[in-house]
Ligand binder design. Structure first.
Ligand code: KIV
Length: 295
């Protein structure tokens, strides 16, 4: 899509898309160029994910990223994204402690970072966080299944909801989040039939990542889908480009050309009028001469 529609996508439009069985496109982004590319591609929702901890900040997991870091990154995205809904991902420690703390931090995402909504992981005690934030007027996206912030408790980065009991709990959790006012729920790494069941039971849209094709929308991490992430990738990632190869080739070519003197060429350098150059050269005294003249 070359010309995205003007103005912010109204949040209720996501539910309309579900009703019309039109897929919702969500992608993560962490800076202004990423947001611009996503907007120009016609993406509906940009998530400033706490995956920033890994793909941008170089941590091995998502838990170390701070509120201040997430606010900084979200601000750069919301500055550039005029049409897509910008969702700020609440980092570990910013909402687990209490409803009050969760609301305080959700407000920061809106006030300081220009986010349109926030996302938080989990159900159970987190359902009351969702309710509190929504009651204060801030839209919340839920997230169940594999919730990386609690990966240790879940036994690692593993598919969730694989037994009948676990699948049932997952459906109940998603329903509880909807009942608390979540406008959408992310389903991460759950078997496709379970995601399909959740999607049919919820009136708000589900956004899948490793949850099959029956979800109302899909999300992938920007660096994963563009091939910027190197090393192991989860099974659910599809690479649409191999940018890390392109970047490495370009940087190596640049380094070679600087060292060989091939870069810069004439087309990369500035001229000055010939008479000015002559006047400049005749008026300038080499510094070595002036130094030796003084001694
Ligand atoms: O932080 C993130 O990028 C996410 C997506 C993977 C859904 O939560």
């Amino acid at each position: 899509m070359s010309t995205p529609p003007k103005g912010k996508l109204p949040l209720p439009e996501l539910a309309e898309l579900k009703r019309r069985r039109e897929k919702i496109v969500m992608v993560t982004a962490y800076d202004a160029p990423g947001a611009r590319f996503a907007e120009d591609a016609g993406v509906d929702v940009i998530l400033v994910g706490d995956t920033a901890a890994m793909v941008v900040l170089g941590h091995p997991g998502t838990t170390p990223v701070t509120m201040d870091e997430m606010i900084f990154l979200t601000r750069t995205v919301s500055r550039a994204a005029r049409h897509p809904i910008v969702v700020g991902d609440m980092p570990f420690g910013s909402f687990q402690v209490s409803d009050e703390k969760a609301l305080e931090n959700a407000v920061r995402f809106v006030k300081e970072a220009g986010a349109d909504a926030v996302k938080l992981e989990g159900a159970g005690p987190m359902v009351s966080r969702v309710r509190t934030i929504v009651e204060a007027g801030i839209p919340v996206m839920g997230h169940v299944g594999l919730t990386p912030q609690s990966a240790t408790i879940l036994g690692g980065f593993k598919t969730q909801g694989k037994t009948a009991e676990a699948a049932r709990r997952l459906v109940d959790d998603a329903l509880a989040l909807e009942e608390a006012g979540a406008f959408s729920v992310v389903l991460e790494a759950v078997p496709a039939p379970v995601a399909a069941e959740v999607t049919s039971r919820l009136s708000v849209p589900t956004i899948g990542i490793g949850a099959g094709r029956d979800c109302d929308g899909q999300v992938l991490v920007y660096h994963d889908l563009l091939g910027l992430t190197e090393g192991h990738l989860p099974r659910f990632v599809k690479r649409y480009a191999n940018l890390s190869r392109e970047i490495r080739d370009a940087l190596e070519a640049y380094a070679d050309e600087v060292r060989s003197g091939t870069f810069p060429e004439d087309e990369h350098t500035y001229e000055m009028p010939g008479n000015e150059l002559e006047r400049f050269l005749s008026s300038s005294t080499p510094s070595t001469t002036s130094t030796s003249a003084q001694t």
